[in-house]
Write a new protein. Structure first.
Length: 302
């Protein structure tokens, strides 16, 4: 089976390689022609434009988009509409907001196209370990494209699945990322407690390695924590600054709209916000209030 891939960043480029290893023909395009050359070196057919990519695919065509969410995704889809033919398939493998996905799906269906949303997890490890794929859209189109999903997944019978109509794939991925936020925050807080107990002189790398086997908290994220602590036990080389890419916010917003409590996800998102503040105003006001009503000591800024 062949596929057009637009967006050859680290994840998109690795996905191209995995598809090539699985025997698929891939036509690859990116605005960065060096990325295109890298995919060509791996065995893909390179294209110098979206028009060129579409022209190198055999109808009915399938084009997978791996570009930044928001305007870039919208512009890429809009650029493909006049180039493709009714019956062709566009797939969005990025972390788009599921509400945008539903809207885009309706627009494309009116024009005769199929649209699949593929929530994709795996990061930089996907080339080796495979990608988790949460797929929404028309089930018959999913079945047609299933050989591609089986190649990208960790195994032909696991790690991927059809989850529902257009938008469902990105919705499931949104919740997945919210859960990820909570898990990461729990590990971070736990290891901070261990690190704080200085009189025990605990070896955090040893504990992380020990926890990886037989315990109820073992996971791939713990495997990664163990690796990070082996490389830099004190983590002195890092700042406590954590970005978010939107999915956690959307998950929290969804919990509010559905009146479904999600306190762990919400608090883990708030923790990320706090990590980006060098001198947060709230705690300084808290110190000032204690000083005002109780005369409690404060620490003055230098």
């Amino acid at each position: 089976m062949e596929l057009g891939m637009i967006g050859l960043g680290r994840m998109g480029g690795n996905m191209v390689q995995r598809l090539l290893q699985g025997g698929h023909r891939v036509v690859a395009y990116d605005r960065d022609q060096e990325a295109v050359k890298a995919s060509e070196a791996a065995g893909a057919v390179g294209a110098d434009s979206p028009e060129g990519l579409v022209g190198l695919l055999t109808p009915p065509r399938a084009v997978w988009i791996m570009v930044p969410v928001g305007d870039a995704t919208e512009a890429t889809i809009d650029s493909l509409i006049p180039l493709l033919s009714p019956g062709d398939v566009i797939m969005d493998g990025g972390n788009s907001n599921y509400k945008d996905t539903v809207r885009r799906g309706e627009k494309l269906r009116e024009k005769g196209f199929h649209f699949m949303d593929v929530g994709t997890s795996g990061g930089i490890w996907g080339l080796k370990e495979g990608y988790g794929l949460m797929i929404g859209g028309e089930e018959e189109v999913f079945k047609l494209l299933e050989p591609l999903f089986q190649t990208l997944a960790p195994a032909p019978d696991k790690g991927y699945g059809y989850v529902g109509p257009t938008g469902a794939g990105h919705y499931v991925k949104m919740v997945h990322n919210g859960v990820e936020y909570g898990l990461m925050e729990a590990y971070a807080e736990g290891f901070e407690l261990l690190e704080a107990k200085q009189e025990f002189n605990l070896d955090l790398a040893q504990i992380a390695e020990m926890w990886r086997y037989g315990t109820v908290v073992r996971s791939w994220l713990l495997d990664l924590a163990a690796e990070a602590l082996r490389e830099d036990p004190s983590l002195e080389g890092l700042e406590a600054y954590v970005e978010d890419t939107g999915e956690g916010r959307w998950a929290v917003q969804e919990s509010i709209e559905l009146a479904v409590p999600a306190p762990v996800i919400a608090l883990s998102l708030q923790s990320r916000f706090r990590s980006r503040q060098g001198r947060p105003f709230g705690p300084r006001l808290l110190a000032a209030l204690r000083n005002q009503f109780g005369g409690h000591a404060v620490k003055r800024a230098q």
